[in-house]
Design a protein around this ligand. Sequence first.
Ligand code: FCB
Length: 446
Amino acid sequence: MATDPTAATWPRDFVWGSSTSSYQIEGAAREDGRGLSIWDTRCLMKGKVANGDTGDVACDHYHRYREDVALMKELGLQVYRFSVAWPRVLPRGRGVANEAGLDFYDRLVDTVLEAGIEPWLCLYHWDLPQALDDLGGWTNRDSAGWFADYTALVAKRYGDRVKCFATFNEFAVFTMFGYAIDWGAPGITDRAAHLKAIHHVNLAHGASVDVLRSLVRGVSIGAVHNWQLTRAEGGKPENEDAAEMLDQHWNRAFPDPQLLGVYPPLIATAIEPYVQAGDMARICRPIDWFGLNHYGPIFVKADPSATWGFAWGGPPDDAPRSEIGWPIYPGDFRDVLIQLTQRYKLPVYVTENGCGGDDKPGADGKVDDPKRIAFLSAYIGAMHEAIEAGADVRGYLVWSLLDNFEWGSGYTQRFGIVHVDYETQKRTPKSSARWFADLITATRVP
Ligand code: FCB
């Protein structure tokens, strides 16, 4: 029997919240001196984003953040993870800061705090300044220094009020999709570029941790990793090596060096030419928590023509799937949480989990999303089972507060617990938002 999360007893300090990211919700892409990011560029490339959608307006959160924070307060959320758009505060990625852009996050942070919600600031959720990509982006070793300088700007500006920082969101996703597979910006497909990006992003993480530690009193530092079980498609032995290779790339290429001081064996030799003396110590800096983004497993198949010998396969025909086709495996979520606690020995916060659909208001204007409620109930129940089994999970942030710009899928996939009508920008909490709010109330220890 699956655990009913509303009836379970939760650890006293367990926190509940939601996550968003700058490019996916802010809009105001050409306003108040914001510079271009690599996602602005990608959206203009033919065929890269569904329907030619862009983040130009998105949820117009830049202008409507007060309403959005009020919604979070109404739902009883305790923490809010957002990201700063690097090109909004440093239009060219380095050099002169943009005061108007910095002011926006001042207003946002103050509003979040006034609502009694804790702001968690993620420094990088994929919107690299285009001006830095023009210099090679993450393939340029100098990127670690650029990121450290950007971290210092943000830490000095908000560190008096924000105490919880994440360096990066999903290292493996944006480096693999951006530099090996062309499923994301900047859309390069080159083995050497991919390896350099992995190593330089790891260096940037380490440098950023040091800056945060030195500038923010009482800081709590984490990094947000995607971690999904990689399963051989069809359970076939010929896909097992590919699944192992993907596991090392997708799950371990970042947390292993950052927390254990070594690259996974299948990557170590390939990356060696880019590693300089002292680098592993620069990368492996003590942090306070492990952020986990998790949706479901990946089914992998061998593909000798692919750069790394693997390709995305599909789940079995009878696998439960969300409306957008992602496999639903709450048991894997439980297992991952237990494995992470054992492997890295850090408190874990689930910084993203949720499910995508095509939610629409009914005739009465209400948005009912029973499939999302079933998904959240199953996954949060599985998380509770993990905690019972010894996993050190301290909090859960749903992805996402709002329907938003879902990268290559544009606006076709809705992940919000709050519906957004992109014509009118009207927000309507879905039935899952009410369910989540009730869960939070039910889990509060009196
Ligand atoms: C994650 C991303 C997030 C969102 C969800 C659905 O990989 O971090 O921005 O796109 O998937």
